[in-house]
Design a binder for this molecule. Structure first.
Ligand code: PXP
Length: 239
């Protein structure tokens, strides 16, 4: 059955809007797990704009399902990851001025230092995923440098909904064919970015995709109906 990783960054974003102690992303993680989430995802950014180091350490203590840490492949982040030992690290590109992670990681151009980071993380028994665009060279290189998973960027698919059905189907086909390639290369396949209660349906029809990582749409709904109901509604749509 397809798994749901709940990204709780935006709970911390709301907390940081007032530099307060609430809402607490750790409490959100507990509620998400109680509602059936298969994992918790958080992104420790270089500028610590939402999740802080302390959140990450607490999440490691309380997450009972699967903790996936999104991070840039910098020396500082690799050091933190090898101390915290999440179940999975997802390597993502990071630019300070971006509102959210914009494109996939360029694994082809950065294969040397990414291979080194993956090796260091593997030495601590951490499963490594790389967040990439639906592109065959990126996937082949991800396999070659030792990644265990690829997370296929679904942002272009999500944005295509404003451009009509033909564009949606084109983007969907790219994701589907790249999921098949990745799976043939024995990579685990997940997907995420921009997924919501409407566009998730077509994505889950791709059998190679094992896991979806969803943040913004879930937290936006949770503000209205509560975390547990938001997670349950998403699981219902997916399954
Ligand atoms: N996957 C990755 C690698 C991401 O960086 C993000 C955004 O933090 C997500 C999934 C979730 O995207 P969204 O918040 O649009 O659901």
């Amino acid at each position: 059955m397809i798994r749901l990783g709940v990204n709780i960054d935006h709970v911390a974003t709301l907390r940081e809007a007032r530099k307060d102690r609430v809402p607490d992303p750790v409490a959100a993680a507990i509620a998400a797990e109680m509602a059936g989430a298969d994992g918790i995802v958080c992104h420790l950014r270089e500028d610590r704009r939402h999740i802080k180091d302390k959140d990450l350490y607490l999440l490691r203590e309380i997450v009972k399902t699967h903790l996936n840490l999104e991070m840039a492949a910098t020396d500082e982040m690799v050091r933190i990851a090898t101390e915290v030992v999440p179940d999975m690290v997802t390597l993502v590109p990071e630019r300070r001025e971006e509102v959210t992670t914009e494109g996939g990681l360029d694994v082809v151009a950065n294969h040397e230092y990414l291979a080194e980071a993956i090796g260091n993380l593997h030495n601590h028994d951490i499963i490594v995923s790389v967040f990439i665009d639906a592109d065959i060279q990126q996937i082949k290189t991800a396999a070659r440098i030792g990644a265990d998973f690829v997370e296929i960027h679904t942002g272009a698919y999500a944005h295509a909904h404003a451009l009509g059905e033909a564009k949606v189907n084109e983007e969907l086909e790219k994701i589907r064919s790249m999921a098949v390639v990745a799976s043939k290369l024995r990579l685990g396949v997940s997907a995420g970015h921009g997924l919501n209660y409407q566009n998730v349906r077509k994505i889950v029809e791709t059998p190679q995709i094992e896991e979806l990582n969803i943040g913004h749409a879930l937290i936006a709904r949770a503000v209205m109906v509560g975390m547990e109901r938001a997670v349950r509604d998403m699981l219902e749509m997916m399954r």
